[in-house]
Design a binder for this molecule. Structure first.
Ligand code: ADP
Ligand code: ZN
Length: 768
């Protein structure tokens, strides 16, 4: 008989209930439904989704002595190998061939990992359906911490045994070690040896004498953030925003709010309050940030507000650290996780809030394997989990703006900077009238502004969104342009490394001394600027200034980046030269002048429907770094087209006029969010094979009056890694189920032969 537990759950044995899942804890309200579902699935069969590129579950038999429940991880035989899979609560995906029940294979083992919550299973199904990715690939994203799936190796350390007489032979090293161990802490042997400046042999000796004892080191639990650690006094505008957002948390159901406020308006302070309330209500919170914005400045602010650091999730974590975060998210011990986009796929036990900060950031779109937009999937997750989602930005995406205007999202606005400082005054420098000195990239006006700033002992930032020294290397003798042998792209000179690099495939060669074509010596010239070249010009002009160069290829990782950011914050740097790494969320109190070296750069990407929006966001964010704490900051944008609407919007600060234009253009072009887009990319080593296949695919598009299929056209970057690429673009009105259309279409295609590959990108952000 099922027995009731105090928390309205029922613990019962499945065999009693007539199906083979072993002991399960089921909320009382779901019991009947569960019983019915499970009764249908027969006595000892369970569906398992394998973490491989397959789009269905497979049935397996459960051995008598194994207790399994939906969501738990198992090893199952698959072909000649064993694979990890997740037990599903019902068969899913495209049903393949029915397997003769007598040929069903048996689950090998259950992994010692907390099961995925049922909500995670629903989330996997949703993403797979939406992105047209195989279920198994989405399951894989939920297993991004391999270490969580390996048996955790207990770690041992030593600690002092009190009230034991001193060892008979008390050498100075022994004495030092015992003095250090006197605090009774547990230390790894090597750590104690290092601290006592002795060999581990000395420590072993003290274990033998009984003065130290080996004990298991307990796993470190993440500290619990305290929602009441600090109270913030809010301005009236901020208090209104806090009230709206905290009410959403109290409402305890799904809602989306767009927290829209200029840089420095206090968005972070405001959303911390929603995190606090979520903690008070006993739920976990997730704060998603672009990876580059995961600075220790942010962690410090979190600590000031909540009394301890949050749990971090990003690419710099070691394998075991990832495993620990995964497990503590599943156990509920991690109360607040701050992470990059993949944090969305942690197996949260009781998630009750997601914040997506810098929600406009293109880095939230993943463009390999499963193509997904993490901001949009965060909204889906909130909907499935029935909790609020907050999207924050100083320059929200057009999609979110439209959703706020139509009332689908709550629009929460913070109108001014907390410090009262004005937004920086932005001036256009018309390069046609004020060109840089010959062979240089900074116009005299900008040079003058930097000199003034330097004299006033304040910081300047020069921004150019281009890595390397020069984007193009040309032979003066024969006119040859040095390009990548595998891609339709020029090689980019990285002078600090003395190499030419392809930014699309990673190909690189040492900087040649002779032209690869005509072999003339010393004939190669660098054309155009990259950040390294701007840095070179700054060093020549301001040799006494301290310079920091921030470019992702020069900074190995998040740890090193944090160090440089710290130096900038502390005022140890006079001039910062950087790519978009500097645009994200940093708060540099002494930064007074910002110069955009090439304001037109992003606008030349003609095929990209978001080129204008992105340029506006980036330039606005970068210029917004100036004068955050000071009375006055100023921005300069070097441009050849000051009359371009994006430039006008940046200079006048008239965001609304810009939005109005963009939104109108999107609406009339039936572009997102008014229409739906999907890209199909066909590629093969052989150009003609790719082209013919792309044509054939286009040919087979199911006829529809309301859906346009554009192309195939050769991709703007026609070849990447030696693969020729052709693109098709599908455009449909919003209300059409474009996935259903695509599925019918893809199902009608013959299997791809040879090295042909077809990629589906729903809501594409890249059109290259
Ligand atoms: P945003 O996220 O909108 O860029 P922040 O939350 O980072 O803005 O706030 C900008 C600066 O102003 C930060 O240094 C923050 O600590 C400070 N600040 C904002 N609001 C308050 C407040 N109510 N009380 C104290 N400091 C605040
Ligand atoms: Zn290449």
């Amino acid at each position: 008989m099922p027995s009731a537990c105090p928390s309205r759950c029922v613990l019962f044995h499945n065999r009693f209930a007539g199906f083979g899942f072993g002991w399960t804890v089921v909320p009382l309200d779901n019991l009947l439904e569960q019983l019915e579902t499970n009764a249908r699935s027969g006595p000892t069969r369970i569906p398992v989704v394998l973490a491989v590129a397959l789009d269905q579950s497979y049935d397996y038999l459960v051995p008598d002595d194994l207790e399994l429940e939906p969501g738990c991880f198992v090893m199952v035989p698959f072909g000649p190998q064993s694979r990890i899979g997740v037990v599903w609560d019902a068969p899913v995906g495209k049903p393949g061939k029915q397997i003769d029940p007598s040929k069903l294979k048996t689950v090998e083992s259950r992994l010692d990992v907390p099961p995925l919550p049922l909500l995670s299973l629903r989330f996997v199904e949703w993403i797979a359906r939406y992105t047209l990715s195989p279920l198994g690939m989405v399951v894989r994203m939920m297993m991004s911490a391999r270490a969580a799936f390996e048996p955790s190796k207990p770690r041992y350390g030593v600690t002092l045994v009190e009230d034991v007489p001193e060892p008979p032979r008390m050498t100075p090293p022994r004495k030092r070690a015992l003095e250090i161990a006197a605090d009774c802490a547990i230390r790894v042997k090597s750590a104690l040896a290092a601290e006592a400046e002795c060999s581990t042999g000395v420590i072993d000796g003290l274990v033998e004498t009984g003065n130290l004892v080996e004990v298991m080191i307990p796993e470190k639990k993440p500290p619990r953030p305290d929602p009441a650690h600090h109270t913030t006094e809010f301005t009236p505008d901020q208090a209104r925003a806090v009230h709206t957002l905290v009410s959403a948390v109290d409402g305890a159901n799904f809602s989306v709010a767009l927290l829209d406020g200029v840089t420095g308006s206090g968005k972070t302070e405001v959303y911390f309050e929603t995190v606090a309330r979520t903690l008070e209500r006993g739920r976990q919170a997730l704060i998603m940030l672009p990876e580059i914005a995961l600075t220790d400045q942010f962690m410090r602010r979190f600590e000031q507000r909540f009394g301890c650091a949050p749990v971090e999730w990003h690419s710099a974590l070691s394998g075991p650290e990832r495993g620990r975060v995964w497990r503590t998210a599943a156990s509920g011990e991690a109360r607040v996780v701050v992470g990059a986009r993949s944090a969305l796929f942690l197996p949260f036990k009781e998630l009750g809030l997601i914040i997506v900060d810098e929600e406009h950031d293109p880095g939230f779109k993943q463009d390999d394997r499963v193509h997904y937009q993490a901001r949009d999937m965060a909204v889906v997750r909130g909907n499935l989990g029935d909790f609020p989602v907050v999207l924050a930005s100083a320059t929200p995406s057009i999609e979110s703006h439209v959703n706020a205007r139509t009332g689908r999202y709550r629009h929460v606005v913070l109108p001014g900077r907390y410090s009262g400082a004005e937004l920086p005054k932005v001036t256009a420098i018309d390069l046609r009238k004020n060109p840089p000195y010959k062979g240089n990239w900074l116009s005299p006006i900008l040079v003058e502004a930097v000199a003034e700033t330097l004299a006033a002992k304040q910081q300047s930032l020069l921004f150019l969104n281009r890595r390397g020294y020069a984007p193009l290397t040309l032979c003066r003798s024969c006119g040859h342009r040095v390009d990548c042998p595998q891609c339709t792209a020029w090689l980019v000179e990285h002078r600090f490394r003395g190499r030419l690099h392809c930014h699309h495939c990673g190909f690189s060669i040492p900087l040649p001394e002779r032209c690869p074509k005509c072999s003339d010596a010393g004939s190669l010239i660098a054309c155009g600027p990259g950040v390294e070249r701007v840095a070179e010009e700054v060093t020549e002009r301001f040799p006494e200034a301290k310079l920091a160069l921030l470019s992702s290829d020069l900074i190995p990782g998040i740890i090193e980046m944090r160090q440089i950011i710290r130096e900038i914050e502390a005022g140890e740097i006079d001039i910062i030269v950087g790519t978009q790494m500097v645009a994200k969320g940093h708060h540099f109190p002494n930064l007074a002048t910002v110069g955009i070296v090439d304001g037109d750069l992003g606008l030349s990407q003609g095929a990209d429907l978001r080129a204008g929006e992105r340029t506006f966001q980036l330039l606005h964010q970068v210029t917004g770094r100036a004068g955050r704490a000071l009375a006055e900051g100023r921005g300069f944008v070097q441009t050849h087209m000051p009359e371009h609407p994006v430039m006008e919007a940046i200079i006048s600060g008239d965001r609304e006029a810009f939005l109005e234009r963009e939104i109108t253009a999107r609406r009339s072009g039936l572009l997102p969010p008014f229409g739906r887009l999907a890209a199909l990319i066909v590629s093969a080593r052989d150009k003609e094979t790719a082209q013919l296949m792309a044509r054939d695919i286009a040919h087979r598009a199911p006829p529809s009056e309301r859906i346009d299929v554009l192309g195939p056209a050769e991709a703007p970057i026609a070849v990447i890694r030696g693969r020729n690429r052709w693109r098709l673009l599908v455009r449909a009105p919003r209300e059409i189920d474009v996935q259903a259309y695509l599925r019918a279409w893809l199902d009608s295609l013959p299997p791809l032969k040879g090295d042909l590959r077809l990629t589906v990108d729903i809501d594409p952000y890249s059109f290259l």
